[in-house]
Design a protein around this ligand. Structure first.
Ligand code: T1G
Length: 691
């Protein structure tokens, strides 16, 4: 269907008001760029037009270039051309910034001769967060408007500034509620006094000195190619004529745009947003109203979950079984907030407000007034069933009954109530008040509106929600179990903990599996294995030797120096060698590439099974889980995106080798993985269909 003209222009009392209406965020699609150029040319040709205003409909001015267009054949005009058509008008052009002006959106405003912003507008150049740099004149115009050092800071950290802050640095001339009215008046004044000449000066020496100092600081701390490109492009604004500076900027932009790093970051941006769309939700499904919450269990998880609600301004009742346990839970929450105030990340006023939203109560009856109840008690099915059996009469009709279980069968929990349609999983990740990921586990009888409620609530809690089906470990932990098993096998076959952790550190994970295990406590995994009859000979041997990790100053590493810095421990090597001998395995040196493939490829394989079984609806959802819950480095896009970038045939081949060498059938490539590899396709091809 032909897209309605997203750019219109109406002449009102000598002023052509150009309006962009390209929902949801007025991204600069080809139609918008073409519309802007045509509207500019029409305004120039119309003798009744004395001045021009550019504005937009909706909550954003312009959210930047259309990220979904990257990688597709370019459609003229380019954004720099569209912007030049505004800047080159003989008549004054004023931007009326009604909302967020980001990336190319701010660059459009920079191509205007003056700018007025609404009080709530945000202005920024976030391109570096997508592995890019401002590629439509931002690196050449902004330094000439606000100074090179402030310009570089704005584009290097990628964070937006408020309208007032923008005015303070000279980025906008005015801040006005009636942003279009103020822009019209300014444009007419400029028509009287003469259109400002676009700045083309090369920057004063003191500006250069401040810039070089800022650049040195940035380059010392970051090896971010986008930041380095920003520095070089802004430097060109000093050293080169404007047009040559524009050409230099364009060259940097095209190079970064085609870099795998930027492709991964753009995938992350779109995948996280696609994950919020619930597949197969009946049209017209409306989320239920959530005004009050209750959390059952005042332990670490329960307290953290209660904080999520309070942080979102939702009153929450924290429920425990005794006054003593309740006070302990509330003290833990108060301590967390106090730490944030001490660190300066929370004001005392905000702390008091949030604590005021958390009410402690003893007994399940206190959940009666809640619109959503989150159970966060010990991972024991009998206890959970008992609680849900009581909740069905305590909780009001229509309340969402959510379990925070990490592994257990949500359908079995739902079956312990007579209202399974209200039951689902909301799997928070520890620490719940910090980690972004929320797995929303859809039971087979979960009502569509209950699911929609949990997803919307997830976003309100500033989480990144992803729908998971019911299986042991859902999406993230089910894949993590594969990595954990291989990490253990690698130790038995010849690797050492520091070699395995170093491999994942080199890949981009902040912590490897063994450092992570020591931090969390090795007894947690040990208890799960004891309960499920699973074995991990090395990990079990460490726990049985009293090495539980940092909390006992010894785990896979020795922390006796300062309690936090782990160093290799000969005693651990002895334990590992003993286990290898008991397992009848002759140890061998294992190189970093094999370690990395042995850790990541079985996870990708499990991700393929999760897709085949419909546990996850999209490969991008699986990436979103790993990016937000397990620290997968965003510059490689997540496990499934990374698999596509490596090529699935290579992964299939290596998995077959691993399966043959170990005799471990579970390493055989999943049918879906083989099918895609043989078809020369990637996981992304599935998402294009599921979009
Ligand atoms: N292009 C395409 N789609 C976009 C988009 C964009 N730039 N920004 C948002 N969307 C979609 C998003 O996928 C979602 O789609 C819907 O809009 C709502 O987004 C040349 C090269 C503007 C602050 O990096 O920061 O300009 O899932 O859920 O929370 O120099 O979107 O609904 O189908 O995020 O209200 C630079 C990216 C681009 C800004 C609004 N610009 N966007 O937040 O909504 S590169 C950015 C945002 C560039 C130039 C360079 C946020 C927002 P769907 P949302 P929100």
């Amino acid at each position: 269907m032909a897209q309605e003209e997203p750019v219109t222009s109406v002449v009102e009392e000598g002023v052509a008001v150009i309006r962009i209406a390209n929902p949801p965020v007025n991204a600069l699609s080809a139609a918008v760029r073409g519309g802007l150029k045509r509207a500019a040319e029409a305004a120039e040709a119309d003798p009744s037009v004395r001045a021009v205003v550019v504005t937009a409909e909706g909550r954003t001015f312009i959210a930047g270039a259309d990220i979904t267009e990257f990688g597709k054949p370019p459609v003229p005009p380019t954004l720099p051309e569209a912007i030049a058509s505004l800047e080159s008008l003989a008549k004054p052009v004023v931007a009326a910034i009604n909302g967020a002006a980001l990336g190319g959106g701010l660059e459009v405003a920079l191509g205007c001769h003056a700018r007025v912003a609404a009080p709530g507008a945000k202005l920024g150049l976030p391109e570096v967060k997508l592995g890019l740099l401002p590629g439509a004149g931002g690196t050449q115009r902004l330094p000439r408007l606000v100074g090179a050092a402030p310009a570089l800071k704005l584009m290097a950290d990628g964070n937006p500034v408020s309208a007032e802050a923008a005015k303070a640095i000279g980025l906008v001339e005015e801040v006005a509620e009636d942003v279009v009215g103020a822009a019209r008046a300014l444009a007419l004044r400029l028509a009287e006094t003469g259109r400002p000449t676009p700045a083309r000066d090369r920057g004063a020496p003191e500006d250069r000195e401040a810039f070089e100092e800022a650049a040195a600081g940035l380059l010392k701390n970051a090896d971010n190619p986008s930041v380095a490109a920003c520095v070089e492009a802004v430097r060109a604004a000093f050293d080169l004529p404007f047009e040559e500076g524009m050409a230099a900027e364009r060259a940097h932009f095209l190079r970064l745009r085609d870099d795998p790093r930027s492709k991964a970051l753009r995938h992350v941006f779109l995948a996280e947003r696609a994950a919020a769309r619930i597949p197969g939700l009946p049209r017209g499904t409306q989320p239920r109203r959530v005004e009050r919450a209750a959390v059952i269990g005042g332990g670490t998880m329960g307290g953290g979950i209660a904080m999520c609600f309070a942080n979102a301004g939702i009153p929450v009742t924290l429920i425990e079984t005794s006054e003593e346990n309740l006070q302990r839970g509330l003290e833990r929450v108060a301590g967390n907030y106090a730490t944030s105030v001490k660190r300066g990340s929370l004001t005392e006023e905000a702390r008091a407000k949030r604590m005021g939203l958390i009410e402690g109560k003893v007994g399940l009856d206190a959940a009666a007034g809640a619109d959503v109840v989150v159970e966060a008690v010990f991972e024991e099915m009998g206890l959970k069933k008992e609680i849900f059996g009581k909740l069905e009469t305590v909780a009001k009709p229509g309340a969402i009954l959510a379990t925070n279980t990490s592994y257990l069968d949500v359908d079995e929990i739902a079956a312990s109530t007579s209202r399974p349609a209200d039951v689902l999983g909301m799997h928070f990740f520890s620490p719940a008040n910090v980690m972004k990921l929320l797995e929303v586990v859809r039971g087979k009888r979960t009502a569509p509106d209950a699911l929609a409620t949990a997803m919307e609530l997830g976003r309100k809690l500033a989480k990144v929600p992803v729908v998971s089906g019911v299986c042991y470990g859902f999406i993230g932990n089910r894949m993590l179990a594969r990595r954990t098993a291989q990490a253990e096998r690698l130790l038995i076959e010849g690797a050492l903990p520091e070699e395995v952790d170093a491999a994942l550190n080199a890949f981009g994970f902040r912590m490897g599996p063994f450092a992570m295990g020591d931090l969390a406590g090795l007894d947690i995994g040990w208890r799960i294995r004891q309960a499920t009859g699973k074995k991990a000979p090395v990990a079990d041997a460490l726990v049985e030797a009293g090495r539980l990790g940092q909390k006992t100053k010894r785990g896979y590493y020795d922390y006796s120096a300062d309690g936090r810095t782990g160093v290799p421990d000969p005693e651990v090597v002895a334990i590992i060698e003993r286990v290898s001998a008991e397992q009848g395995v002759t140890r061998r040196p294992i190189g970093r590439e094999e370690i990395t493939e042995r850790l990541l490829f079985p996870m990708i394989n499990e991700g393929a099974r999760i897709l085949e079984e419909g546990i996850a609806a999209r490969a991008g959802d699986i990436d979103t889980v790993w990016l937000n819950g397990y620290g997968w480095p965003a510059v490689t896009g997540g496990p499934m995106f990374h698999a596509d970038s490596l090529g699935l045939p290579r992964i299939v081949g290596r998995l077959r080798e691993f399966a043959r060498a170990s005799g471990d059938e579970s390493l055989e490539p999943a049918p879906l993985l083989v099918r895609l590899a043989e078809a020369g396709q990637g996981f992304a091809s599935l998402d294009e269909k599921a979009a």
